[in-house]
Design a protein around this ligand. Structure first.
Ligand SMILES: Nc1ncnc2c1ncn2[C@@H]1O[C@H](COP(=O)(O)OP(=O)(O)OP(=O)(O)O)[C@@H](O)[C@H]1O
Ligand SMILES: [Mg+2]
Length: 291
């Protein structure tokens, strides 16, 4: 049984893909787990970081991507197996010279947004009300993605900004959701909003009544600069939401690791200065998550 970990925030540019890829490497290399990343964003950033442009383009041509998988499952339920759509041995980090960690990816696809519109049209046939069609569409995504269950130890779901049907499905499917945020004036609103969706569309007061350790999500401060202002924004979020003690500082080493380098490196070379906060985050998650 895989553990499903979604990385989500309606707000864009907060570090969802950065954190998804970092944790993929951390769990694969430091916890020796088999990790599958599912890229639910048409921008395909985490796919590009893990595969590089050339291999990602090939995966589009050969229908090895999440859009092709979801679409095929709609029309040929039995024959469509998730493992046929996955790219194996991805990433540019090696465990030791010549040995790659067990990392695979269900790549993102530029067709993913069109596919979501197409699915709504499909489920809206026979005059099905729109809301019901949306629920059916999201359920189709959830069921399809749940087949990653037997495939790896940990499935990381890198969500797109906003709340698409695919993100709604990922939030339902996940055992735990990490909500990265940047310490700024608008983050509080974004975190409040997604917390309500994650906890099942409850009113915010009802979310607040759930003890922090029973919430399905935990927040992670990213892009943190060591100043009073950032500290205050983080403290404000922590008043209403569970939050990890570890955080990711704003540092060039994090953005540099966004590049795919064809030649494999080790973790120290890839993450440089960012290795220390990544280790702290990994350690804390090991204490919070059941593996
Ligand atoms: N801690 C950090 N320090 C420096 N740069 C960072 C940090 N975290 C993220 N970035 C940079 O910020 C940009 C946005 O990050 P990322 O793409 O991970 O966000 P996202 O939430 O996935 O965005 P989107 O909503 O578009 O999917 C990237 O260029 C990334 O390299
Ligand atoms: Mg992203």
């Amino acid at each position: 049984m895989a553990y499903f970990l979604a990385i989500a925030n309606r707000k864009g540019g907060v570090g969802k893909s950065t954190v998804s890829v970092m944790l993929t490497y951390a769990f694969a290399l430091w916890s020796n787990k088999k990790v599958l990343l599912i890229d639910l964003d048409a921008q395909s950033n985490s796919s590009l970081i893990l595969m590089g442009g050339e291999r990602w383009i090939k995966a589009q041509r050969t229908s090895k991507n999440v859009a092709a998988y979801i679409e095929d499952r709609l029309y040929s339920i039995e024959q469509t197996k998730i493992y046929n759509y996955i790219e194996y041995e991805v990433g540019d980090i090696e465990v030791s010279p010549g040995k790659l960690p067990d990392i695979s990816i269900l790549p993102g696809s530029l067709n993913f947004e069109d596919l979501q519109d197409e699915l709504i049209t499909y489920y809206s046939r026979n005059q099905t009300p729109f809301r019901q069609a949306k629920t059916k569409c999201s359920e189709h995504f959830r069921a399809a993605l749940s087949f990653a269950n037997s495939f790896s130890d940990i499935v990381i779901l890198d969500c797109a900004p906003g709340i698409s049907n695919a993100t709604a499905a990922a939030l339902k499917l996940a055992n735990k959701i990490i909500v990265p945020f940047r310490p700024d004036a608008v983050s509080q609103f974004a975190v409040d909003r997604i917390s309500r969706i994650i906890e099942g569309g409850k009113k915010f007061e009802e979310v607040l009544s759930i003890p922090a350790n029973r919430r399905r999500y935990v927040c992670l401060a990213n892009y943190v600069r060591k100043n009073r202002r950032d500290g205050l924004y983080i403290d404000n979020i922590a008043v209403d939401h569970p939050i990890l003690k570890s955080f990711i500082p704003a540092m060039p080493a994090v953005s540099d690791a966004f590049d795919f380098l064809g030649e494999p490196q080790n973790m120290e070379e890839k993450y440089g200065e960012a290795l220390r906060p990544l280790r702290a985050l990994h350690q804390e998650l090991l204490a919070v998550l059941p593996f």
